[in-house]
Design a binder for this molecule. Structure first.
Ligand code: AMO
Length: 434
């Protein structure tokens, strides 16, 4: 056909504005269709955005079902009211692969679905702009993390997800059969990232971690994406907190640069209050604010306590972020460094964002005998950690690091009500498919 011969290749929605005055071939999904006085307006969506197509009955996709994969050849003309300031006057339209009847309406501005329905049909619901923006944002956050870490001299590593032991304590482990032996899905890259400090000094990892936590809450996933870092030759945990502050601020700036069509989402992201220095509160001072005394309940912060501390940070410091430091040592994992100046207190911290813990970190032990003692005190056998412990026999510098939950960060950045909405295909107590 005449017009086809003039076309070089496919134009995406992102490239379309530059094609004004020419012919283009576009492909995507038929998002919506509206007929007005003999002409039909179509919205096509591709991987990057939407395009307006105008066609009459002859060239139209009159019978095509919504969400079918389609191709259109047409003239690209300037049109202020269309996305990107151009529309396509269709000359030819084809269905590439038709869609069956949809289980819900996808063409409305808001996706009005129950969470189970949305997750059961993730392959379809993820096509909606409201869902697409979530993972575009997650992509930007990971990109920012990688960029800042590399610029700060960190090397990206990938560590085993099949492990022979528990990095974060014996509970919450998924066990798998490993050629007749019991193995576990990694709870975190903790032990490996520490070992790698002895090689590169500064390492980071972006990868999945697994927690067999049998609770059904809006903040827990059984598989999540952990952004981890570890660095050597530190003075104490405050060096790590400085690193967290820098990387988190950069991640917020990257997120704010993502074009978001949805006003309410955009407001949440632009509204983040991230001062240059995040406020820091000691655990003992946090308890004062919460009106608690020392006792079994005062070894950690409960979710409602975190909300309360977040309110304090917002009101007193105008910050959506707040570090809590000085947690009791016994509530922290065996690798945690004690505070030499304060009996029973650890050199560790949590970072709360809008009332939810998104980062945990701290200084680690770095001397071999200290590890043997710490494991012994917790009733853990050093035999399970032989390979890891070896690294502390060959000159390991004082070091520390952190782990950040990507989905929790995304959830709070977008104002989502449940962390499951921040995972593509969440793994929870009852959900293993899709
Ligand atoms: P921790 O176990 O506190 O620390 O985890 C670090 C961060 O991971 C996120 N997170 C979760 N997100 C979703 N679902 C879960 N079930 C879940 N559990 C944790 C949180 C949390 O702050 N090795 C240490 C980190 C370190 O010290 O370097 C660790 O894994 O955002």
């Amino acid at each position: 056909m005449k017009h086809k011969e003039q076309l070089v290749g496919r134009t995406t929605s992102a490239q379309l504005p530059a094609m004004a005055g020419r012919q283009a071939l576009v492909m995507g999904w038929l998002q919506s269709r509206r007929s007005m006085g003999g002409v039909t307006f179509y919205v096509l969506r591709d991987g990057w955005g939407t395009m307006q197509v105008v066609g009459d009955a002859q060239v139209g996709l009159a019978d095509a079902s919504l969400e079918s994969a389609v191709s259109v050849i047409g003239d690209v003309v300037a049109e202020d009211r269309a996305p990107g300031g151009v529309e396509i006057r269709a000359l030819e339209m084809q269905v590439i692969a038709g869609a069956e009847t949809l289980p819900f309406v996808l063409s409305k501005r808001t996706l009005n679905l129950s969470l189970p329905m949305m997750l059961d049909h993730a392959a379809l619901s993820l096509r909606h702009p409201q869902r697409r923006v979530v993972f575009r944002l997650a992509d930007r956050l990971m990109a920012a993390f990688r960029e800042v870490m590399r610029a700060s001299g960190f090397t990206e590593i990938q560590t085993p997800k099949l492990t022979g032991g528990a990095a974060e304590g014996g509970a919450n482990l998924f066990s798998v059969d490993y050629f007749g032996r019991e193995a576990y899905l990694a709870q975190s890259p903790q032990l490996y990232k520490q070992m790698m400090v002895g090689v590169y000094e500064r390492v980071f990892e972006v990868g999945p971690v697994f927690r067999a936590e049998p609770h059904d809450t809006a903040r827990h996933l059984n598989q999540y994406t952990s952004l981890d870092a570890e660095m050597g030759f530190i003075r104490d945990h405050t060096d790590v907190m400085g690193l967290v502050e820098g990387v988190v601020s950069a991640m917020v700036r990257f997120a704010q640069a993502v074009p978001v069509e949805l006003d309410e989402v955009s407001k949440e992201i632009r509204g983040v209050r991230a001062p240059k220095r995040f406020p820091v509160i000691q655990f003992s001072d946090a308890l004062q604010i919460l009106g608690q005394t020392n006792g079994p309940a005062a070894e950690d912060l409960a979710p409602h306590d975190e909300m309360e501390i977040a309110r304090w940070a917002r009101e007193e410091h105008g910050s959506d972020f707040v570090f809590v430091t000085g947690f009791p040592l016994k509530k922290r994992p065996f690798y945690t460094h004690p505070d030499p100046e304060c009996e029973g207190v650890s050199r560790s911290f949590d970072l709360l964002f809008r009332g939810l813990e998104i980062v945990t970190g701290g200084q680690r032990l770095h001397r071999y005998p200290d590890y043997l003692r710490a494991l012994g005190e917790r009733g853990l056998s050093s035999a399970a950690f032989v390979g890891y412990l070896e690294s502390f026999r060959w000159g390991m510098p004082p070091h520390g690091g952190f782990g950040m939950g990507l989905e929790r960060f995304v959830m709070k950045l977008l104002g989502l009500g449940n962390v499951r909405e921040a995972a593509l295909f969440p793994r929870t107590l009852t959900r293993l498919d899709p």
